[in-house]
Design a binder for this molecule. Sequence first.
Ligand SMILES: Cc1ncc(COP(=O)(O)O)c(C=O)c1O
Ligand SMILES: N[C@@H](CCCC[NH3+])C(=O)O
Length: 425
Amino acid sequence: MHHFTDRDGVLHAEGVPLTAIAETVGTPCYVYSTATLTRHHRVFTEVFADLGARLCYAMKANGNRAVLRLLTDLGAGVDVVSGGELALALAAGAPAERIVFSGVGKSEGELEAALRAGVHQINVESEPELDALDAVARRLGVRAPIAIRVNPDVDAATHAKITTGRAENKFGIEWTSARRVFRRATTLEGIAVKGIALHIGSQILDLAPFEAAFGKVRDLVALLRADGVPVERLDLGGGLGVSYLDDHDVPPSPAAYAEIVRRTVGDLDCALTIEPGRALVGNAGVLLSRILYRKVGITRTFLIVDAAMNDLIRPAMYEAHHAVHPVIAPPPGTDTMPMDVVGPVCESADTFARDRSLPVSLGAGDLVAFMTAGAYCAVMAGQYNGRPLVPEVLVDGERFHVVRRRPSLAEMAALEDLPPWMEER
Ligand SMILES: Cc1ncc(COP(=O)(O)O)c(C=O)c1O
Ligand SMILES: N[C@@H](CCCC[NH3+])C(=O)O
């Protein structure tokens, strides 16, 4: 459920017409809804309440400071994957003891920063990383609280580029080595083994892969405990999908997901952590854009919009579908026709939608919203074709605020420096 709805023929974010945001802030811009974020957080907290699970929001999905502040004020912890995210989470006010540090390639500097900050847990993904962390922790005179991320070799049945729990993926320690690595970890002076972590992929729309993976973890807990390895914590990762097709692709509910967790690992006497990203923020955001031109070609009609693949790369990268909604609804009875929605970037991949059925009346100057753009959209943006990062706006009821402003072109240019042997002009 989200709070982007049509009121009197105008698409609103909560109580604010998107036309008002476009006028004040300009386009393209991302718009996020406080009510949606709050509601999703509440739903997750409620369905996991009896399991006492710790919710660590995977901020890679949307690292905006206001979004982070909102979720951490509601009580969420944060799953970070780099020293940069750690610093941003701390700066947004996340308490270190609610931070989990994941990621397949953490540098010694990043591991040291995490230990100095006093994070709740570091999820170790390889033996070399385990040794590096042990060395850093001993140098600092501390014991690093860790979970070891295992790779359960389960097919998450999602897009190949976002599946992470197969043996051929780079993530986690392979299943067959897990017992040995856990045993070894317990002998290291700088390491305090707390538990097991896993994360099998993203945009998962079927509960069966979760059930299979958590079932395997359950078996591993028994084996490890028999080996004398303490397993007090289970970090189950994220991965629950959202609807991108105007609610035609209905993901499992958080309640059904929690039920799988309860059934598979709920009775193991482990403190549970979940790391949802997309499910919390995905449909809490839209990308607002204006049509620049309607170009009628020989074989197709193009709507050229002012947003591009550098602002929202998911369609180019994963053939992802984002619904395109006219901000001002066309008069009832308006016909539709197939159109391609494309951006101004010089790549044919800069295509948001092909043959999308849209009102024939749409043309230059009209506003459109790319829906379900709260997760993995603004965070994956770049400046290709000299396009500055787009602003982000947070709506709360009747008010809105720019929570990331558009850098000026002068600021963009000032980031680059000439070597001293070249003359400034
Ligand atoms: C370790 C880890 N946890 C959590 C997530 C969040 O995933 P999602 O946004 O699909 O919930 C990811 C990203 O896939 C991840 O790599
Ligand atoms: N960026 C991906 C999700 C990656 C999840 C992170 N492991 C997407 O847009 O769907």
